[in-house]
Design a protein around this ligand. Sequence first.
Ligand code: NBG
Length: 833
Amino acid sequence: MNIPPAAASAPLPPENGGELAVQPDSAATLREAILRRLTYSVGKNQASASEYDWYLAVVYATRDRIVEGWMASTNAAYVHGPKRVYYLSLEFLIGRLLGDALNNLGLTEAMRAATRELGVDLDRLRTLEPDAALGNGGLGRLAACFMESMATLSIAAHGYGIRYDHGLFRQVLKDGWQQEYPEDWLALGNPWEFKRPEVCYRIGFGGAVEALTAPDGATRYVWKPAEYVEAIAYDTPVVGWRGAHVNTLRLWSARACDPLQLDVFNAGDYVGAVADKMRAEAISKVLYPSDETPAGQELRLRQEYFFASSSLQDALRRHLKQYQEVRSLAEHVAIQLNDTHPAISVAELMRLLVDVHGIAWDEAWKITQGTISYTNHTLLPEALESWPVPLLERMLPRQMQIIYLINALHLDNVRKSGHTDARLIAAVSMIDEHAGRRVRMGHLAFIGSHKVNGVSALHSKLLKQTVFRDFSTLYPERIVNKTNGITFRRWLFEANPGLTRLLADTVGDAIYDNPLALRGVAPYADDAAFVQEFAAVKRQNKVALAKIILERCHVKVDPDALFDVQIKRVHEYKRQLLNILETVALYDAIRAQPYLEWAPRVKIFAGKAAASYHQAKLIIKLANDVANVINADPTVRGLLKVAYLPNYNVSLAESIIPASDLSEQISTAGMEASGTGNMKLALNGALTIGTLDGANVEIKEHVGDENIFIFGMTSEQVAQRRGRGIDMRETIARSPSLGEVLDAIGSGVFSPDDPGRYAGLVDVLTQHDHFLVCEDFDAYYACQRDAATKWLDRASWWKSSVLNTAGMGWFSSDRTIAEYADEIWKTQTQAKG
Ligand code: NBG
């Protein structure tokens, strides 16, 4: 085969769109490769090939270039024995892979040329790839960024998750109401993955535990599950920057052990014959929605155990193959639990070590704690998982026994260390006795880990003060911080090739490998020629987004207006409502004082609400109702437009982010663990308007106080304000503008078809404003006016915009991963290239 190995000893030329060096023969080689794949893998010739056939041929040709590097990386891990990292995550929000793969292999331009010669357009083909939406939001996207950074840093890592048949739902806005439709990313197959039917584990559920006495008098516990499901592996190679290292994302699909019950089928009950199969395979059918009601919880727990057990069995198998014994696991393996979803791993690893591999309890516990670490992603009480004890007892009886024993030993230790206070003991127990007995998965993950981390400095501090306060007293060294990051390959190089080119032309190619090199752009913030080009790139991106807005929202927007964006999951704590109220207040002000110099503004929203989250869906409807009224009002004279882009996903984010001027990060302080959209937007030159929450605090430190708009209560003030009650009548009485806005919304100005639609919503804001929208309103409104003033002084705006891009290098996920590697996993990273 004349395919060059992906592993490059010399750095490949930078490849980021535009006029980049293309090896004259590489386009020709690629063209041949595409044609070969079109013939032999797709089974078509040029004359009969559809666009999708071409897409497949291009993916296969690209994938071929990854595979040899993949094998080399996989073999190297067996030969050199670096510590392996297993990243266990129930979500991977990958988006599209073709752009990523080409970019990281340095083949974008060669492929563009090759496809052009074949009469097809690469950019068009890229849009045919469905978004792999195996996640709900930031947590899943973080896992995807981390996979790419781990490959870039040549860490021998595997991602483990579930291959959901249906990822996050497709959002349609019907008359402004969110409707959910199943997403079908696998409908046309998935050319990136390799099915590994031989990698198959039997996962048990239910049944009973038998205690057997061995000849030496020791007791052994044998779990006899009532039911088994098979976990089948599907592997996707993840190529790092410059193709130097390739890791594996292994996703599990559930399969019934028996395809059907033949006797039932032969008796004529065709549906009954496949009932067991349906039940088994339901495990990997759909991504579990976040913020969901208790319904379907049992299935969720089955998902968690299914993927935790198969991943651990697989990791142990690999370890045994390499080292022939399991005792050295903690020395060679680090397992990272992405939130509590995989927390049952603590009990399962103990079961595998003790029951299956015959390791004594105490040693097994040392191994488990030495291997596992856990990342917490939220302080929201409703998102802290716990499972009813009876459910665990029924579904996972042996694991429940193990949890009880872990808990008993843990509480013994607490007492022995002199803490006998009943409140503390109850607080650190793994069993919550309050509302029916429940197992606290966060506690289990904490106890089973050697390190626990939060995802921004503020979040980690609050973790120590709130959710894990008592644990933090008992184990002061355990909680550490790892501020999130984003992969610049996707969120700068691929999403914004124009800006990338300008940055590289200005400060050199170092930016491709060293994100901190972006600092070199800072001196150009006052350079008129540079700023003009910087602004021109932004404008071009805004023209492209304006086209998308016109197509999808039927709203015409002016690319020279300020693009003010809030793109994220819709949740009350993220306060899209605050943004909508400000929009209405601005609308009123523009009409009341038309003679003032208003900064023309487009408010852009995108985001999905959990299907069962009625309040969030009502907020989406309100944004759309407000948009309809404002967009249709001639007295506004185009000074304000509102657009709600439907079906927010990774690919849409890649179009919106490079075109944004102002980034809304306005959560109630103390509630957003980190945020990562805030980083993507600032990197692309958007100025943040935000509260001192999550990573906003650190963004402020890196871009400078002059270049960010901070408003509102701090997390301490939020706690104090809530302590005084959350009835806002007095607050509203003090703010005439807010009062008017609430009256207008509550009385149906924006919903003439149903004037009472928002009365309840306004009542909640007035009397039970848990997220303190009203309390922060005036500060937010004033801060928005500051932003508008700055926008009108364009030189000042662009200066801040450039300084945002220049200051964001630290937020590369390479930095985050290097910190995990050094301080938590104790594994080596390798320089890129
Ligand atoms: C989310 C937080 C975000 C954070 C991401 C990634 C969950 C449970 N948490 O603020 O809300 O950026 O995790 O850490 O989805």
